[in-house]
Design a protein around this ligand. Structure first.
Ligand SMILES: *Cc1c(COP(=O)(O)O)cnc(C)c1O
Length: 457
């Protein structure tokens, strides 16, 4: 096979982005503002600065500045594992017999195993710069907790992680990675916070949820001197930091004059997808190019494809600001999908607004199909993908197979967000033929969205 384009397109260190790109700056209709849950007025910088570090609160509220300099300290940390390769999936193309050209941006080349480190280091850096003692956060499957504990260890910052109880018990390896990097990991709901005690009293023996762990982490941050809360997805600041993925992808494609046709990413809270597509969507918003962008979510937690676009709580304890987003309702508890990173009830308000404006489409896929795609990918491309990332693989394969029918030589680009070495229990179920696909009924979804907060106006 003639390989005009290298198997891996690496940028040089000096070609790495020096600024993050804020796609909101190019949106004519902006994502709806975060609201203070008590006053229902747009949240102010001062209010937000009580929960988040000041610089991050500023980034969160800024929807007009297109570029933010990446501080040198963060760029130096990025150099430990970036630029990440853009891989031409020659072996997968051959296996599929497709005329399409498939590329994937691989973010799993660091110990945390995913793209989450890109934002973890930024958030830890601004906390350190503000002179804080530490940060608190929640983690579901453990990917974000791992990334944050690595970033905090590097900057000598205290790191307190509330880990959803069932994951704490079922995913001891992720938990121990966090502890090895020095984080304090508490199973949630715990008896250490008021909201934790309340939830434990109300639902004895509960195995916890992401929304509940968020409430605990926020309480822990605001009740300890010198602490702030940090979050691994959903927020606009996280999308901003993750734009490094899209900027590098675009630079690598441009280097070989490749124009992407289809761009695909998995969507949990929307941060990797938002980061990957930002520079491309920016071009669309400025009328410079057009792309077919596809968000992929699990059929078990279908916020874009079956949710409603409304203001909702970001957490179960209802302490966080209200965000307008595609949501299944903060009371929705998805079935135990093995892609833990895609189990959030809502979606980034930036991704939600772009979706509402028709700049991207969404598709939901069932997990058995996802694992079939993951296995095929692992066999031909060598990398054992994370279940979350495999949602994007599945749709990339579907799109490539359509090209086989039509003969089109489309350029398909997808985000391979991480590796699945810590997800072998899920792979075991798949290998044993015991994996189940669960799709919520319309009644279940109706019930959860009937409890959305009432927002005036
Ligand atoms: C957390 C996670 C995701 C989903 O989060 P987003 O914010 O939607 O990007 C996807 N892939 C991996 C490997 C993850 O760890």
């Amino acid at each position: 096979m003639k390989q005009e384009i290298p198997y891996k397109i690496y940028l040089e260190e000096k070609e790495m982005p020096r600024q993050w790109y804020n796609v909101r700056a190019d949106m004519k209709k902006k994502p709806a503002p975060l609201l203070n849950p008590e006053t229902q007025k747009p949240i102010t910088l001062d209010e937000l600065s009580g929960v988040f570090c000041r610089e991050l609160a500023r980034q969160e509220l800024d929807d007009v500045t297109p570029y933010f300099d990446i501080p040198e300290e963060i760029r130096n940390f990025y150099k430990m594992y970036r630029p990440s390769p853009l891989v031409r999936a020659y072996c997968l193309e051959e296996k599929l017999g497709t005329p399409a050209h498939i590329y994937y941006k691989f973010e799993g080349n660091n110990t945390s195993g995913s793209h989450k480190l890109n934002s973890a280091i930024a958030q830890a850096f601004y906390a350190k710069k503000q002179g804080l003692k530490g940060v608190t956060t929640e983690t579901g499957a453990g990917q974000w907790g791992k990334a944050l504990s690595m970033a905090c260890a590097y900057l000598d910052l205290d790191c307190q992680v509330y880990m959803v109880k069932c994951s704490y018990e079922q995913k001891p390896f992720r938990r121990e990675v966090m502890r090895t990097y020095g984080a304090k990991v508490t199973p949630s709901p715990s008896m250490e916070t008021e909201v934790g005690r309340r939830i434990n009293a109300e639902f004895p023996g509960t195995s916890g949820s992401l929304g509940c762990a968020i409430s605990e982490a926020v309480e822990a941050a605001v009740s300890q001197e010198g602490y702030r809360y940090v979050l691994g997805s959903v927020l606009a600041q996280v999308l901003l930091h993750q734009s490094v993925i899209g900027l590098e992808t675009k630079a690598a494609l441009d280097k070989y004059s490749v124009k992407a046709d289809t761009i695909i990413g998995c969507a949990g809270g929307g941060s990797n997808l938002g980061g990957l597509i930002s520079p491309f969507v920016g071009q669309m918003l400025r009328g410079e190019a057009s792309y077919d962008i596809i968000a992929v979510e699990p059929a078990s937690c279908p916020s874009l494809t079956r949710g409603v676009y409304a203001y909702d709580f970001c957490d179960t304890g209802k302490v966080c600001p209200l965000a307008k987003m595609y949501t299944l309702g903060s009371g929705f508890i998805p079935s135990a999908s093995h892609a833990g990173g895609l189990r959030y009830h809502g979606m980034s308000s930036t991704v939600s607004e772009l979706y509402d404006q028709g700049l991207l489409t969404a598709r939901s896929v069932e997990q058995t199909e996802v694992f079939k795609a993951a296995q095929m990918f692992a066999k031909v491309e060598g990398i054992l993908p994370a279940p979350e990332s495999s949602h994007a693989i599945k749709v990339a394969i579907d799109e490539a197979m359509k090209c086989r029918e039509t003969g089109e030589e489309k350029n398909i680009v997808f985000g391979l967000t991480g590796t699945g070495y810590f997800d072998m229990v899920a792979y075991q179920r798949f290998n044993d033929g015991e994996m189940q696909d669960y799709i919520p009924t319309d009644e279940e979804l109706k019930k959860a969205v009937s409890q959305l907060p009432k927002v005036e106006g």
